[in-house]
Design a binder for this molecule. Structure first.
Ligand code: PEP
Ligand code: MG
Length: 962
């Protein structure tokens, strides 16, 4: 990340004009080895497109996207020009910050920089600064302002004693982002200070995020230490930010004007007295920003120009953020907002100019502020408020569905291996209807307390009756969450605002769950599922619905369809198996289920949703079989089978580090598919001979914003280090179709699976691909690196991507590099004889290859069950690819889900596939399966399969010969 320090600053420079200054700055960047000399051209072009004057005597010259390839390293160099340089439009620059950046890293610097610029003008101080440290101090030293606005004032709040009042003040500070949960404790620990007139003061530095002052008055006067309490100031204290305000408050009290606070009926009176942010009764208008890179310099500048055309104040803030916002006429303030695509801007303007100004601003933002816009996805619109919550709970089964009878045997799709036995927990969406507003604080508080108590008691019964220590721990965690004072604190606050118990409870549990999820940590995501669990239980109680209490023993989760996020957030210790009405084996949810080791059968048909809760189910995830309420004999047989498979798994596990060589000496490499760098060590421990597919889009998704080169290098180095010399096959970013990247907006397409995705998209945004390739090559450091491009459909795509990699390789030498493609599109398989001359290897992505060959969407709710990779049409394409590759001495891997299908392994080996790349958990079994094979026999079997008519026929053939 770009940072400022004194070494980067040259003091006391002079330049006759802007051109001379830019040349000096470019020289500085070149001599520091940050850019090539051609970068100056980019800086000049950039100035011609629009001045880089930032305000307050500062300019931030930088290159254009076209000259990013002239940047060797990201960095900044600063020059002070005490005499000033004319930057055009009458603006004088005393400090120029020249930026060399590969991508948009400088936006972050801009945001930091502009946040540091205070209301006053820095230009004089920058001009007069005597040393570099003084400049750094000026740029970074703006003190944080004390937050004090209407949302920090709570008048007439419900509080039965002083502590409760204090706690309401802490809540306001927390809500305004001034503090985290520990503030209330900190305030309670301090000694309350009486100020006279029934006013009190408490402060704490504990858990403070930014300085803020809240003022609360109780609905009824309270008593503390024998004195009256009419109002309480709660200070979240940080540094000296509050000093001025405290002095002002003391003056007011000395002047005898305490009644302005103790008898205040409007927050405006309080704020006016204290000089806080008085809410202006100005008209406002909201509009969603759709610019790809948010409100960066150019669109922000366009916005200031529109605002400046109006005589009067125009302000803007991010919708929902506290405070009055910033002047829309100030470029630096606008940049400091850090507004991103999809965020809503709220403009306000003085009543006299509001109608015209707001209309002009809204129209300009909608038109893109001089940039071409890509439409926002529908979900980017702010959600409408709803009074109903749709949650998973007791199903309201559609009347027409007939549940499968006891003893029924359902054949569906095998999605994740293993046998699971347990009671069904059927989850279908149910809508709880409730009023947003309740019957008053006292009633709603009581209703909620009763529901919480009852749910707590229900869970206590489960804790007491549960033998499994792991499951008991989960229930104990649920209880702890129910009793969490911070959660209750926040819910109570909503009740005090007039919300009903249901709305208040749901709002807080949902918000808490979302916060957990945002941390992108699998364990914390499980906590989010727990929070939703207790959220649902209590809500069901409040709404008088039957609570969907989870069975005590591990259960089989029955759902219509599971989203990948559902699976990822499942509590693995509670869910023995997954059964869905819809979905297919290569859907990402199934891939995740496999990675988590949860047996899953999908696409069993809607009737399973009509199963009664707790119906005993037997699930065979290897064969896609479901038995409903099986008889004792079937259960015993399944348990025996499970035992056999477990033993097999244990044997395979013990042998996991041995190579996979058929009985007649044919070796097959077995590698792992991963989507997170930290999974590498585990994969190696589970027997991986390398990483056969690193899905880098998943690595990208784990970052809140596109990781820059340095951040990517950290990820790739982590993988390479854990591999300890084993090969790494990396797939470059595969975005589009079923894999959206939240921060990479894409125009809506009629048919995204056939649209701009995979390598097509990367070639349209070459700077992203280039950064990724640079990061990969830089990280290799002599270790074996194989890079492959996704969704290649033709020779031109391959060549364009290869050429970029080869060009970069000249700059960043890599000793052991191979370049290849994924074969996922039938045209690539059909063209394999041509491509094989140029690539170093192929890796067959059977998930997509099957989808495109059979024209069945792999995530299609009802059809994907038929998308069988063992269809002879797919096998023929695999066979062609292998034949072409081997004719040119190249190797072929299979990294689609077919590679871990035990029935497919003999056929893939028989077709000559050299490497199988599977989820880490499947490695030991795949290796064991290969060791059981006879290569010659497998070859004959594969040839036979190619002549069959359907996937089912192929499966039957392999079953027979087992
Ligand atoms: C495939 O398509 O087979 C593949 C491995 O890629 P993904 O599943 O990530 O699309
Ligand atoms: Mg694919």
């Amino acid at each position: 990340m770009l940072e400022l320090n004194a070494e980067q600053i040259q003091m006391g420079r002079s330049a006759t004009d802007k051109l001379a200054a830019l040349a000096l700055l470019a020289d500085g960047l070149v001599s520091e080895g940050l850019v090539a000399p051609g970068y100056l051209g980019g800086m000049l072009t950039r100035e011609a497109q629009g001045s880089t004057y930032l305000g307050q005597g500062i300019a931030i010259p930088h290159g254009t996207p076209e000259t990013r390839d002239q940047v060797f390293h990201t960095g900044v160099r600063l020059m002070q020009f005490p005499e000033g340089v004319d930057w055009g439009d009458g603006q004088r620059v005393y400090l120029a910050i020249a930026i060399a950046a590969h991508s948009d890293e400088h936006l972050r610097l801009l945001q930091l920089l502009t946040r540091a610029l205070g209301e006053g003008d820095l230009s004089q101080a920058l001009r007069e600064a005597q040393d570099a440290e003084a400049i750094v101090a000026l740029l970074q030293g703006a003190p944080q302002e004390l937050a004090l606005d209407s949302q920090l004032i709570g008048l007439g709040v419900a509080a039965e004693d002083f502590d409760e009042l204090l706690w309401q003040g802490a809540r306001l500070l927390k809500k305004a982002g001034c503090a985290s949960a520990g503030l209330a404790n900190g305030l309670l620990q301090g000694e309350p200070l009486p100020l006279g007139d029934g006013l009190w003061w408490v402060h704490s530095e504990q858990a403070v995020l930014r300085p803020g002052l809240a003022f609360v008055t109780p609905a009824e006067p309270l008593r503390l230490n024998g004195q009256t309490v009419h109002g309480l100031f709660c200070l979240a204290s940080l540094g000296e930010a509050h000093r001025q305000l405290l002095e002002r408050l003391c003056d007011l009290l000395i002047e005898g004007r305490g009644a302005a606070f103790s008898q205040a009926t409007s927050s405006r009176t309080v704020l006016e007295a204290l000089g806080g942010d008085v809410p202006a009764d100005w008209p406002t208008r909201r509009v969603t920003l759709a610019n790809t890179h948010g409100l960066h310099a150019r669109p922000a500048k366009a916005l200031t120009e529109i605002a400046q055309a109006f005589v009067g104040e125009v302000r803007v803030r991010l919708a929902g953020e506290p405070g009055r916002g910033v002047s829309a006429k100030s470029l630096s303030k606008l940049l400091a907002l850090g507004a991103q695509r999809g965020q809503e801007l709220e403009f306000s303007a003085e009543p006299a100019i509001a109608a015209d100004a707001l209309a002009a601003l809204e129209a300009a933002v909608r038109a893109g502020l001089g940039e071409t816009l890509e439409p926002l996805p529908a979900s980017a619109e702010p959600p409408a408020l709803s009074v109903a919550a749709t949650l998973s709970a007791v199903p309201s089964t559609p009347a027409k569905l007939q549940a499968p009878a006891a003893g029924a045997r359902l054949q569906a799709v095998a999605a994740a291996p293993g046998i699971a036995i347990g009671p069904a927990l059927v989850r279908v969406p149910q809508t709880f209807e409730y009023a947003q507003h309740g019957q008053g604080l006292v009633v709603e508080r009581q209703r909620l307390a009763t529901a919480l108590e009852q749910v707590d008691a229900d869970i206590q019964r489960l804790v007491e009756s549960c033998d499994d220590v792991n499951v008991r721990d989960i229930f104990i965690t649920h209880q702890a969450m129910l009793r969490d004072p911070a959660l209750r604190e926040d819910v109570e606050a909503h009740l005090a605002e007039g919300l009903g118990a249901e709305a208040a409870w749901l709002a807080e549990t949902e918000a808490a769950a979302r916060q957990q999820e945002a941390l992108h940590d699998a364990l914390l995501a499980e906590r989010a599922a727990d929070l939703r669990d207790i959220g649902r239980r209590v809500l069901a109680h409040l709404c008088g619905a039957d609570s969907l209490s989870e069975p005590e023993e591990p259960y089989i989760l029955v759902m219509d369809e599971v989203a990948p996020s559902d699976v990822a957030s499942l509590n693995r210790r509670r869910v023995a198996g997954i059964l869905t009405a819809r979905g297919g084996a290569t859907a990402h949810s199934a891939i995740i289920a496999r990675a988590l080791g949860i047996p899953a059968v999908v696409g069993a048909g809607e009737a399973v949703l009509a199963l009664a809760q707790r119906t005993e189910l037997l699930l065979d995830g290897d064969h896609g079989l479901v038995r409903v309420a099986p008889d004792r004999q079937t259960l015993e047989q399944a348990e025996r089978e499970r035992e056999v498979r477990q033993q097999r798994q244990q044997r395979a596990h013990a042998e996991r580090l041995r190579p996979a060589i058929t009985s007649d000496g044919h070796a097959v490499e077995v590698a792992a598919n991963i989507g997170a760098s930290e999974k590498t060590a585990e994969a190696v421990e589970l027997g991986a001979e390398g990483i056969g597919l690193l899905r880098t889009e998943l690595v990208f998704m784990a970052h809140a914003q596109a990781p820059d080169q340095a951040a990517q290098e950290v990820e790739y180095r982590r993988v390479l280090a854990a591999l300890d010399g084993r090969p790494l096959v990396v797939r470059t970013l595969d975005v589009g179709g079923d894999k959206p990247l939240p921060y990479w907006p894409m125009p809506a397409e009629e048919n995204p699976f056939l649209g701009v995705r995979g390598i097509r998209l990367s070639l349209q945004r070459p700077e992203v691909l280039e950064t990724q390739l640079r990061a990969l090559l830089t990280s290799a450091e002599g270790r074996p690196l194989r890079i492959m491009f996704p969704m290649v459909g033709g020779v031109e795509e391959w060549r364009a991507a290869r050429d970029m990699a080869l060009r970069l390789r000249e700059e960043i030498p890599v000793a052991d590099l191979q370049l290849g493609i994924m074969v996922e599109v039938p045209s690539a398989a059909l063209l394999a004889p041509v491509l094989a001359r140029e690539v170093d290897f192929f890796s067959i992505g059977t998930n997509d290859l099957t989808q495109y060959t059979l024209a069945i969407d792999r995530g299609h709710p009802t059809l994907s069950a038929q998308a069988d990779g063992l269809h002879p049409a797919v096998l023929r394409l695999i066979g062609m690819t292998v034949e072409a590759a081997h004719a040119h001495g190249k190797w072929v891997g299979v990294c689609g889900e077919l590679a871990c299908d035990m029935l497919a392994v003999p056929l893939l080996v028989g077709l000559g596939v050299d490497e199988l790349s599977v989820s880490a958990r499947a490695i030991a079994l795949v290796k064991a399966r290969v060791r059981e094979l006879d290569f010659r026999h497998s070859q004959a079997l594969a040839q036979q399969a190619l002549g069959l008519e359907s996937g089912a026929a192929v499966r039957a053939l392999v079953e027979e010969t087992r």
